[in-house]
Design a protein around this ligand. Sequence first.
Ligand SMILES: CC(=O)N[C@H]1[C@@H](OP(=O)(O)OP(=O)(O)OC[C@H]2O[C@@H](n3ccc(=O)[nH]c3=O)[C@H](O)[C@@H]2O)O[C@H](CO)[C@@H](O)[C@@H]1O
Ligand SMILES: C=C(OP(=O)(O)O)C(=O)O
Length: 435
Amino acid sequence: MEKIIVRGGKRLSGTVKVEGAKNAVLPVLAATLLASDGKSVIRDVPTLSDVYTINQVLRSLNAEVEFKNNTVVVDASRELEIEAPFEYVRKMRASVLVMGSLLARNGRSRVALPGGCAIGSRPIDQHLKGFEAMGATVKVGNGFIEAEALDGLHGAKIYLDFPSVGATENIMMAAVLAKGITTLENAAKEPEIVDLANFLNKMGAKVRGAGTGTIRIEGVNLLFGVEHSIIPDRVEAGTFMVAAAITGGNVLVKGAVPEHLSSVIAKMEEMGVIIEEEEEGLRVIGPDKMKAVDIKTMPHPGFPTDMQSQMMALLLRAQGTSMITETVFENRFMHVEEFRRMNADIKIDGRSVIMNGPSGLQGAEVAATDLRAAAALILTGLVADGVTRVTELKHLDRGYVGFHEKLAALGADIERVKEADEIFASEKFVSDMNA
Ligand SMILES: CC(=O)N[C@H]1[C@@H](OP(=O)(O)OP(=O)(O)OC[C@H]2O[C@@H](n3ccc(=O)[nH]c3=O)[C@H](O)[C@@H]2O)O[C@H](CO)[C@@H](O)[C@@H]1O
Ligand SMILES: C=C(OP(=O)(O)O)C(=O)O
């Protein structure tokens, strides 16, 4: 078993560079399946386990995929298969994003049902409602969702009950090759939706209004492979902003896009963190004392749920009582118990978490319960007294490239070890002491 070992107490300083966004690259790679002519060349792709998984999904669908030097080249010009197996969907829920493209290209798709997840039940009813409105028949059985529109999809008016990011993306991908016009109301407005729309439009699609609540898609006959660079990862950027603030450090987060991070910047500034826009990114300077604030997660441009656990780590250091209310996922507080193991004064009250700070944080062995919880526990370890060991790193590797290396380069006392290495290190320590 691998662990990250952090010894708290170092102020971080220097520059850290943000990777391409996980949540932008996954739908963009799913959309490469729409190109029946030519190759798609996707740049600034992060080397994340989720990217390897989606690449495997594309290969299992008969696309040719090459990934090197942060560039993925996809040739989807051959006849495609229709089935995304459970093996991949189980590892990564975003695998369901191939449904829209497969329906548009093949008139059929068969994707394993994703099942529950540590942060909530995460149904995909809004995706399916959109496909049905466009003329598909949807059947669920034997652990698979099958959608069929053998005469092709047609444009439709679709209203989402909630501005779901995945449903907006999947419906956009289905609609770009449909006959006629699709209007999507109450669409998600996240920057990753805009990135996907930009990619689709370069491929020859006609998508208007991405980034607003109404997206209008006029179907076209053919899409072709093009080049595209993925936007910077706003969640990774936000995570390093918290790393700088929590340690009272001074860090330039290179590549951070201020417009993508406005709610995070606003809340951190409310706490007393100094954030300056520089040409290359955002400089974050942590004060010695921070104020308590209340936060409610919301769809974009509200405060992102993917920054909730990292901000919780930061608020554990603030003076006074803070409250975080999670409105996007019903069960995204699994990390609270782990924070408590680190001596945090924190409790769950329904969909809110209440913290009394500053907590006298202590190092402990803790387990990551999801991707952002992994990052949040490591951030807490940066300021806890003594040693923190974080396990279940498979979650971290889904969304962060070289997280411990980047923190170490900023001055953190942090390493990633295999359990056997750790035993060896402590044996060596004892024998060195005895020598
Ligand atoms: C790969 C990717 O981009 N993942 C992001 C995406 O996930 P994802 O696309 O899965 O998130 P959604 O916006 O779809 O989900 C938000 C909420 O809507 C519910 N819902 C969603 C679809 C549906 O058909 N029915 C339904 O009830 C979900 O259970 C959840 O409670 O957006 C989330 C919300 O910003 C982020 O936390 C994830 O990091
Ligand atoms: C919840 C997340 O991702 P996913 O939707 O891929 O599980 C995340 O990135 O924090």
